[in-house]
Design a protein around this ligand. Structure first.
Ligand SMILES: [Zn+2]
Length: 281
């Protein structure tokens, strides 16, 4: 019986950038790091490249605590909104800035909003050119936001050489839901997460009998219960409320998942690569 351990990942971004009020994401990120440290868990923190300067101290502290630093885009924009002629260079520069702050190599990339989709498939070439060796940017199926219908749910190799570790999803009708992380996790009833891990793993068994690699994710704001409500630029009132409410649930869910932790994604990448199927497209 596989143990179905789960890696802990955080997408470090300032979702309130440009709004009034003090910056809050760094304190919330430190609380997440403290949560993991208290349980002896090392996680993967995907940081937006634009923050590498102002958050250099935070990044250095995370790396010193044994966490992996990854890249969450040069800017926090969907990949399809990027310029194909410039993305590789922009990501290489972001990677270098993050490496300088962390004092360690950056191997992994996570697309903002899981926006590696059929419309931005070209971006994989830019990721490889920038020197990333793995990505966890694909939500395999029709997601609540972005998604990549038809993409494998088990780790796979892009023809460009990059390993993809897709977001673990639960299939519900036509939808693929990222039930093990983020806003989706916050709004689920406190189901038995051991059951959910099993369901996600079993549903996603690939052609070679391998299972999805499990990871959870959240953002600093997902635990920031003290943040005053604000209508976010470009979002409806309902979406802004959904992103703001029920944040107390995140760490309750993570406490359950923390009973069975796995190492940071970069440390699993070698094993996952050896078992990965080629991209079927
Ligand atoms: Zn993000």
């Amino acid at each position: 019986m596989p143990t179905r351990t789960i890696s802990f990942t955080v997408d470090v971004e300032d979702h309130h950038a440009g709004l009034a009020g003090p910056q809050r994401y760094q304190a919330a990120t430190r609380r997440l790091a403290d949560f993991l440290a208290a349980r002896g868990i090392r996680g993967t923190f995907f940081v937006v490249g634009d923050l590498a300067g102002e958050a250099a101290g935070l990044i250095r502290a995370l790396a010193a605590a044994g966490h992996e630093i990854g890249c969450h885009g040069a800017h926090h924009r969907p990949l399809a909104a990027e310029d194909p002629a410039r993305l590789g260079q922009a990501l290489a520069a972001a990677k270098a800035r993050l490496e300088q702050a962390a004092g360690q190599p950056v191997a992994g990339f996570r697309a903002p909003y899981f926006s590696l989709t059929p419309a931005s498939r070209w971006a994989v070439g830019a990721l490889a050119a920038a020197g990333f060796t793995y990505s966890s940017s694909v939500l395999p199926g029709r997601g609540p936001g972005h998604g990549f219908p038809g993409a494998p749910r088990t780790p796979f190799l892009w023809p460009e050489g990059l390993l993809e570790i897709p977001c673990p999803v639960l299939r519900l009708g036509p939808f693929a839901l990222p039930v093990l992380g983020g806003t989706t996790m916050r709004y689920l009833p406190p189901w038995d997460f051991a059951w959910m891990r099993r369901a996600v793993a079993r549903q996603g068994v690939g052609e070679r009998g391998s299972e999805p690699a499990l990871w959870t994710y959240c953002h600093p704001y997902d635990i920031d219960t003290g943040e005053p409500f604000a209508r976010l630029p470009g979002l409806s009132l309902a979406s802004s409320v959904a992103l703001w409410a029920n944040r107390g649930a995140t760490l309750r869910r993570w406490r359950t998942l923390a009973q069975n932790p796995a190492p940071p994604l970069a440390e699993r990448a070698g094993t996952l690569r050896a078992a990965a199927a080629p991209w079927p497209g």
